[in-house]
Design a protein around this ligand. Structure first.
Ligand SMILES: [Zn+2]
Length: 239
């Protein structure tokens, strides 16, 4: 392992590094994107703290690899955010055309957005996200109705919203909220969230009984949870 002011090289991998001053006596390591942030009491690395990093190369490598792949995915996505998007887990090309009104058309791998004016580059992102929100609303309404019938669990109201971190929630008043970003993940994952929230109408907790009820309708829920965790980065990407 070698170290410079702003990078750490382990087994030929160069990891961006930021050393900051913390207020604890111990060394704190976290990742921000693909950058390893090390907090020390002095804001620099003493030989002892350098040894500490050396002893933790396995941890650093493991987390870096996980962060880096998600980070690369995010960067690739953001670079092309006005030309392509994700719908139901598929990469879709986005095309803007001029027409009489605002409307959209989604077919196979193409999302066409029509507008009466030429859309400036800076407005495209906002427009794409509002179209995605509409597609999400239609799809999630249909899906929750389907699963509500199938499970015999009935909710009062559905809102498709811009949650900051959660994919969905269910209140004690039997109102369900779903995150519109669910339109960007595989349909099967969105279905898992729908079933999860419906099951809260019966069990307002995450007890073993709750998971047993989920498994009845969605046996592979553990895998879905992991996959949704990996897709967490898409939430808020249009902001
Ligand atoms: Zn839950």
């Amino acid at each position: 392992m070698t170290i410079t002011q702003d990078a750490l090289t382990i087994q030929g991998l160069t990891i961006p590094l930021r050393i900051r001053k913390g207020n604890r006596r111990r060394v704190l390591m976290t990742f921000a994107g693909n950058v390893l942030q090390v907090e020390t009491y002095t804001g620099s690395l003493s030989p002892l703290e350098f040894d500490f990093l050396k002893q933790n190369t396995d941890w650093i490598l493991k987390h870096y690899k996980r962060q880096a792949s998600s980070w690369n995915q995010q960067m690739r996505f953001v670079q092309h955010i006005t030309n392509q998007t994700l719908i139901f887990g598929q990469m879709v090309k986005v095309e803007f055309v001029q027409g009489v009104n605002y409307s959209y058309h989604f077919k196979e791998n193409l999302l066409t957005i029509q507008a009466p004016v030429v859309i400036a580059e800076v407005r495209k992102k906002k427009l794409i996200s509002s179209v995605l929100h509409k597609i999400a609303h239609a799809y999630l309404t249909k899906t929750i109705q389907h699963w509500s019938q199938k499970t015999g669990l009935f909710f009062k109201d559905l809102k498709v919203k811009n949650h900051r971190s959660k994919w969905g929630s269910c209140s004690s008043l039997k109102n369900i909220n779903l995150n519109w970003h669910l339109v960007m993940v595989d349909k099967s994952l969105a279905e898992y969230v729908v079933i999860h929230e419906l099951m809260h109408l019966k069990e307002m907790n995450h007890s073993p009984a709750f998971w047993k009820a989920v498994a009845q309708f969605y046996p592979d829920y553990k895998k879905a949870k992991t996959q949704l965790g990996e897709m967490q980065w898409i939430i808020g990407i249009y902001e």
